[in-house]
Every structure is written in C-alpha cells, then in structure tokens.
Design a protein around this ligand. Structure first.
Ligand SMILES: Cc1cc2nc3c(=O)[nH]c(=O)nc-3n(C[C@H](O)[C@H](O)[C@H](O)COP(=O)(O)OP(=O)(O)OC[C@H]3O[C@@H](n4cnc5c(N)ncnc54)[C@H](O)[C@@H]3O)c2cc1C
Ligand code: SF4
Ligand code: SF4
Length: 417
C-alpha cells in the first residue's frame, strides 16, 4: 500500500519508522488537524521502498512472539501471551517511584540498564522542552535524563524517527515504548541486522491507545489557556496515578485528577488503529509493564505499583539483576487471573479484535497482516453473539468511514511538526 492508503485506511499509528526508511526528505511527519502525527510522501516512493515500508510498518504487519518462545515459556495464556515471570513491583528508589507513571518500574529499569553498563543509551520519549504538551523522541544517556522522561505521554509520539542514525551509532541501547513501536522495530530487525546486534532490550507498557493532541487541547480550553503559555503539561506521575498538571510561564498551575481527565470514554479520541490493536500488551517486548491499581481503579491515589510481565529470558535476567541491586522492589508474584482483573479493558479488546478485523474485511477495508497473536483463540472466549456484534459494529463503522482518516491532501495542509 502507498503511505497515503495506510493513513487513509486508519492503519497508521504515527511511529515515524517509514520516514526513517525513506531517503532524506522523501517522507515528512506532519501534525494533522485531528492532532495525529502522520507521514506524507514528498516524492514518489518506488515500489521497492514501498515494499520495505509495508514490511516494517506496524499498521500493515503485526507479528507476535516466535512459536518457540510461546511453546517454551514458563507461563502461557491465550489472552496475555507468554511470560517467564509475573510480578507486582515498583522502583527501589523513592524519587523514581514518585515521579514514575505507576510505580516507576520502566524508569528504574532504564536507569539500571545504564548504570550496570548493559546499554549506552535508552531510546524513549519525553515531553518536548519547547512545547511541553507535545511528546518527542528522547535518547537518554544518564539517569537524570531517564528520570526527566518518566511518566505516560498519552498524546502522539513518533518514537522511531531517525532510527537509521540511532543504529549508525553502533552502540548498545534499549528501547522503552508502546507495544506497536516494539512491533515496528521487530519488523525492522527482519530487514536490518543492526537491530539485533545493538538493541539489547525492548521494554513496553500496556497500552489502551494514544489520544489525539486535540484531546489535550480540549483540556487547555477548559482552563482558557493557549499552548504557547505552557511550561509543563504532565499527564500523570508524581503519585499513582498522580494528577494531570499544567503550569504556565506566568506562574499559574492547573490540575485535573486522572478520572477528570479521562472521565468520558467516548471522548478519549484515539485513532482507528488503536481500536483494532491486536497487541496492546507488548507480547514482543522483553518486559511489558502495566498499571496495577489494587484498589479497583484510578479513582483514588494508590500505592506506587506496576504489574511486570517478564516475557523473555533476557528480560528475566534483567529484572532479577535489577531486584538484586535494589533498583526494583518486588512486592509479590501475581497471575494471569489477577492481570485479567486489573486490565479488563485490554482483556475485552484482545477478545474483540479478531471479529473487528473480519468486519472490516467484509466492508472491503484493508487490515493488517496479523500472525502469532492467537486472535481467533481469543475470540473463541467470546460468545457467538458478542463476536457477531463486534464484527457488525466494525463493518458498519468502516462503511461509514469511522475507521478511516482524512486524505493526505488535507494532512499536507497542516503545519509541519
Ligand atoms: C498512550 C498510553 C496508553 C496506556 N494505556 C495503558 C493501559 O491501557 N493499561 C495500563 O496498564 N497501562 C497503560 N499505560 C501505561 C501506564 O500509563 C504506565 O506507563 C505503565 O504502567 C508504566 O509505568 P511506570 O511507572 O513503569 O512508567 P515510568 O517509569 O513513568 O516510565 C514510562 C516510560 O514510558 C515512556 N513513554 C511514555 N509515554 C510514551 C509514549 N507515548 N510512547 C513511547 N514511550 C512512552 C517514557 O519515556 C518512560 O520511559 C499507557 C501509557 C500510555 C502512554
Ligand atoms: S505506522 Fe509508522 S511506519 Fe506505518 S505509516 Fe504510520 S508512521 Fe509510517
Ligand atoms: S493501542 Fe496499540 S496501536 Fe494504539 S498506541 Fe497502543 S500499542 Fe499502539
């Protein structure tokens, strides 16, 4: 598919990998009027380049863990995938626990990978220093930079722009990112051996979907603010979940609770690709980390805590070494059953996606090629009625254009980001 078709068919999630693959200046990432970062070809991409992009794009190709990993895993669940260990835990350091989104586990692991000499830098994202409501790629070479980047960035974040230059450094690194970003990099590893050579670890967080930047703009409007007044836009962290906090140049501060920020699910404003995401749970990461609100949800401030799904043996070594060095504090073992309670929205999505994709196909829409993610088995846990309703719903939404995105011409008119 040409890039414009990937975008228009609602398959793009804005990772920026296609821009990295194409010649310099051939693909731009732009912020669309909907508040999504999307690629636009600035010149005709030849067939070979398009085939390479289609092979790596996480909108067109989503591959799960290799069967050898799934079959040999210590723990296995149809919905939640393979695991070597499942624990609840948090960062060992109190400042990291506080600043982190949940329990600061990803930040603690990022810092530990650097301090133990396992990697030279962490590829992740952080709030833009010049426009703090926006998120941008960050390479962290020290603990303070990893800590500065702590916290969930719910808006668009093109984590994989410039991956070619990152690999050209020839240094060991780790990535912390959304599951679809990890999928993209694993796809790229099939074409570019430098990924397996230099990327020592891939860590992901569980992900229910990115929100459009326009969702954050709505928050500003609520307080009568303009983006250029901001010095801080923190979605959460500084507690678990912590407050959405906005600070302005003239010293004012505004706060919303997590529930006030996300109160109405219909207004989450997530792109079509997230609604059909077959793997929001980081099955191809070495470690996937989720929220763990043991008191039933984010309605109150909870203890700093994450669920840590250790997917691979490499991830297991890392978690155990980090716990040994007190970078991580393990609270207790957990189970897939508890995970289902803590992450019921992702359980429902895993069960729904197979039927949603069928509905899109019936509507004549292209869908990603998905393999090794047990989608049909997940759907079998649904009743026939539920699957029919998911398929019909997706078919109708696709027919009415609600799983599509505006054409690239309109995107081209948007301000470059
Ligand atoms: C869009 C989005 C959706 C999410 N949905 C869920 C969900 O459905 N269920 C759930 O349990 N948890 C979800 N989370 C994850 C959750 O908010 C926590 O990030 C996770 O539990 C890890 O907590 P932590 O304390 O270890 O993170 P921290 O220690 O604060 O570290 C977070 C790390 O993630 C990186 N990061 C943050 N945002 C992004 C981004 N947009 N793209 C790439 N990297 C990023 C940061 O650079 C940082 O390194 C979501 C997060 C995001 C950003
Ligand atoms: S998902 Fe990533 S690789 Fe695919 S079209 Fe969008 S930005 Fe490009
Ligand atoms: S829901 Fe899936 S596609 Fe959307 S941002 Fe999360 S991992 Fe990526």
């Amino acid at each position: 598919m040409p890039l414009s078709d990937i975008v228009e068919n609602g398959l793009c999630v804005g990772c920026g990998l296609c821009r990295s693959m194409a010649a310099l200046g051939a693909v731009d990432m732009v912020m669309t009027p909907e508040g999504r970062e999307r690629p636009i070809a600035q010149q005709v991409l030849d067939k070979q380049m398009l085939m390479r992009i289609n092979a790596v794009c996480p909108g067109t190709r989503i591959v799960g863990p290799p069967p050898a990993q799934t079959n040999g895993a210590a723990l296995m669940d149809t919905i939640w995938g393979p695991a070597e260990r499942l624990v609840l835990g948090c960062a060992g350091d109190s400042a990291v626990r506080f600043r982190g989104s949940g329990g600061g586990v990803l930040t603690a692991l990022g810092q530990f990978m650097l301090s133990s000499g396992r990697v030279n830098f962490i590829l992740h994202v952080a709030a833009s220093r010049s426009a703090p409501m926006r998120s941008e790629q960050r390479l962290s070479f020290d603990a303070s930079s990893v800590l500065e980047s702590a916290g969930s960035r719910y808006g668009p974040a093109a984590s994989l722009v410039g991956i070619g230059e990152i690999l050209d450094r020839g240094e060991p690194f780790a990535m912390i990112a959304k599951p679809c970003d990890v999928t993209a990099v694993r796809n790229l590893a099939r074409l570019d051996p430098r990924i397996d050579e230099h990327m020592r670890y891939a860590l992901a967080f569980f992900c229910g979907g990115v929100s459009d930047l326009t969702r954050s703009e709505q928050v500003l409007r609520r307080f009568g603010l303009h983006e250029d007044e901001l010095t801080l836009f923190r979605y959460r962290g500084h507690g678990n979940p912590g407050l959405n906090r906005i600070e302005t140049r003239d010293g004012r501060a505004f706060e919303l609770t997590y529930c006030q920020l996300w109160e109405d699910e219909d207004k989450w404003m997530i792109p079509p690709r997230c609604k059909i995401c077959p793997d929001g749970i980081g099955q191809v990461a070495d470690i996937a980390v989720s929220d763990a609100w043991l008191n039933g949800g984010p309605t109150i401030e909870d203890e700093p805590l994450n669920c840590i799904v250790v997917r691979t043996k490499r991830g297991l070594d890392l978690v155990e070494a980090a716990a040994e060095a007190d970078a991580l504090a393990i609270k207790r073992e957990t189970s897939f059953c508890e995970l289902s309670e803590l992450q019921s929205h992702l359980l429902r999505k895993r069960r729904a996606v197979w039927a949603r994709l069928k509905g899109m196909v019936i509507a004549g829409k292209p869908v990603p090629a998905v393999t090794d993610l047990a989608l049909e088995d997940c759907a079998l846990q649904n009743s026939r009625t539920d699957n029919l309703s998911e398929a019909r719903g997706a078919r109708d939404r696709a027919r009415h254009g609600r799983l599509s995105e505006p054409p690239p011409g309109r995107v081209a008119a948007a301000k470059p980001c």
